[in-house]
Design a protein around this ligand. Structure first.
Ligand code: X8Z
Ligand code: ZN
Length: 615
């Protein structure tokens, strides 16, 4: 009896001590979050300075400050281990501790972490600095990806010219950094192991807090794949008519340089030559934007206006003062790939974009402003929670608004479209256009990370690293390079995110869930009713809807404080990522295309590519 009482008292004392410790831990976290925000602000300023002006001095500063921050985080991580946080009552405190003990790449020993930063910097700056010579004037050698090369790849219909720029770009942006990339893969895997993951793949996927995410994506992709097959078959059939049988085969993969985009990730730039119903208007407001004297500034003001029309937060003064929204003309090198930045100080948010006045860029502007809106909505939270529910959520916000902006209804409202009659054929044409952006992108996005996961997992021999990339691109997208590639070439880093160490499955997730958000937002806005032909999903404009804005606010203001199903639930009551909404959106197109392809005896599917050989 006595022994029992002593035990009980001891247990009680322990429990009391734990409660007391938890109170102290809370205070400790508050201070630590503030300290981390301050230090991360300094590090992000250095990263911003480098990204907007690439030179040795800015690179050195950025690397030094990043190394210092990583060192600080390693130090506090041993402090954190002194707390028995796994036994605490509060889910919130446990979540914060868990996030703070994760060191990411900073788990690498000092010298290797510096090596890692230098390696990524070398690849990213190489990508940013690529310049090629003009096709016709080989003495003019200052063409950059943004704007010159992208403009040519999207507008030229001369397949030899397109092939020339494709090869120049891939050689310079990809092959040039093969050895850096090999070192990079080693270091990612080493960091993964130090964080107790089997490989870089599991390390990257951990951000999604869902052990079955790969399987879920495989399943959703399998549901959409038949529609992709129809689009692919139809586009190849139309390209064959346009370029002739010698350039485009009947059953093979599509030569990717003909698709209007350097990576063939979105094909909407060639809508003018592959869309059905040529006599119907193609919704492309680029010309109208030019005619009306649009500027990058005006495009950002419009995005700001869209978010505020839904009762969301206005872009703050710092945004307008500090953003870079046009390519500087002083000749400096910078990373032109559009990005949104959170500086971890109240209202210090910025975008860096070499904006051009085109319809496609108008959508990108909304995409980037979506990132900023997310940051503004969660900025009241502790530092550890200043992120999206998962990276895919962060990518999806602005795209939901872009889906709305791209509707004929909205383009009319803002005076960019007139005399447009939306009959059945015009509608199919519009859906086809959107599919060239949204459906075509899915297999592309999947392969960017399937490829890197496979390398991290050691599933591919180094001697096959290039051909494995093209094998996946062929298998999933049915495209191939315009010229024979070999293991003497190395093409993956010619995609920005591969050179810049950014995962890509975030965009695959975004392109799926953005339709879930869009559909619910449209219902909330009274703009979509599945039983009312007057209110179709593909002409829904959520502009001015406070109800849609409230749903956004509920989700965005949670930041990363809860697992993503909770954030999704806050938006629309769902807890599962699903392909149902995207399939519903494109259903009329699927029905039409299947019939059309049968009528035209269009071949569906593709034979294997022979465009990559061992050496
Ligand atoms: O990289 C981006 C954004 C910046 S987060 C411009 N996107 C992906 C890409 O360009 O490859 C947006 C969609 C896909
Ligand atoms: Zn983005």
């Amino acid at each position: 009896m006595r022994v029992f009482l002593v035990d009980l008292l001891a247990t009680l004392a322990l429990a009391q001590a734990l409660v007391k410790e938890e109170i102290q831990a809370k205070e400790y976290l508050e201070n630590l979050n503030k300290e981390l925000a301050k230090r991360t602000n300094v590090q992000t300023e250095a990263a911003w300075a480098y990204a907007s002006n690439i030179n040795d001095e800015n690179e050195k500063k950025k690397i030094e400050i990043s190394a210092e921050l990583a060192k600080f985080r390693r130090e506090i991580s041993s402090d954190l281990q002194k707390f028995q946080w796994r036994s605490y009552q509060s889910e919130d405190i446990k979540r914060q501790f868990k996030a703070l003990t994760e060191l990411g790449y900073g788990a690498l020993p000092e010298a290797e972490f510096a090596d890692f930063l230098e390696t990524v910097s070398a690849m990213a700056s190489n990508f940013a600095k690529v310049k090629v010579c003009d096709y016709k004037d080989k003495l003019k050698c200052d063409l950059a990806l943004e704007p010159e090369i992208e403009e040519i790849i999207s507008k030229s219909r001369d397949h030899e010219e397109l092939k020339y720029y494709w090869r120049e770009f891939y050689d310079k942006a990809g092959t040039a950094v093969r050895s850096n990339f090999e070192r990079y893969v080693e270091l990612v895997n080493k960091a993964a192991k130090l964080n107790n993951f089997t490989s870089g793949a599991e390390f990257w996927l951990d951000e999604y807090e869902d052990d079955t995410i790969e399987q879920q994506l495989d399943n959703i992709f399998a549901e959409i794949r038949p529609l992709y097959g129809q689009i692919h078959g139809y586009v190849r059939y139309r390209l064959r008519k346009y370029y002739g049988n010698d350039v485009v085969s009947e059953n093979g993969p599509i030569p990717m340089h003909l698709l209007g985009n350097m990576w063939a990730q979105e094909w909407s730039e060639i809508a003018d030559i592959v869309s059905p119903f040529p006599e119907k208007p193609l919704v492309d407001v680029t010309e109208e934007m030019e005619k009306q004297g649009y500027t990058p500034l005006k495009m950002f003001q419009m995005a700001d206006d869209f978010f505020t029309s839904m009762n969301l937060t206005k872009l703050p003064k710092d945004f307008w003062d500090k953003s870079i929204i046009e390519k500087p003309t002083d000749g400096r090198d910078l990373i032109c790939h559009a990005s949104a930045w959170n500086l971890y100080i109240k209202d210090d948010v910025r975008i860096k974009q070499c904006t051009r006045v085109t319809q496609e860029q108008l959508f990108t502007v909304h995409h980037e402003v979506g990132h900023i809106q997310y940051a503004l909505q969660y900025q009241h939270l502790p530092f550890v929670y200043l992120a999206g529910a998962n990276p895919g959520f962060h990518e999806a916000v602005g795209d939901v608004v872009s889906l709305s902006v791209s509707t004929p209804k909205h383009l009319k409202r803002i005076g960019l479209l007139s005399n447009y009659v939306r009959d059945d054929e015009a509608r199919i044409k519009q859906l086809f256009f959107t599919a060239l952006e949204k459906i075509v992108f899915l297999p592309f996005a999947f392969t960017m990370d399937k490829y890197r996961w496979a390398l991290f997992r050691g599933e591919v021999e180094k001697a096959n690293w290039n051909c494995e990339f093209w094998k996946l691109r062929e298998q999933y997208s049915g495209i191939e390079p315009p010229v024979v590639r070999s293991e003497k070439d190395f093409d993956p880093p010619a995609k920005y995110h591969i050179s810049a160490d950014t995962d890509y499955v975030r965009y695959l997730i975004s392109f799926i869930i953005q339709f879930q958000f869009y559909k619910s937002a449209c219902i909330k806005a009274g703009q979509y009713d599945a039983n009312n032909a007057e209110l179709p999903l593909d002409n829904c404009d959520i502009y001015g809807s406070a109800a849609a804005g409230e749903a956004f606010h509920n989700m965005l203001s949670m930041g990363a404080s809860k697992p993503w199903p909770d954030a999704l639930e806050a938006f629309n009551g769902e807890r599962i990522m699903s392909g149902k909404a995207i399939a519903e959106y494109f259903e009329p197109l699927r029905v039409w295309l299947e019939a059309e392809n049968i009528k035209d005896s269009v071949h569906i599917g593709w034979t294997a590519s022979d465009k990559c050989v061992a050496s």
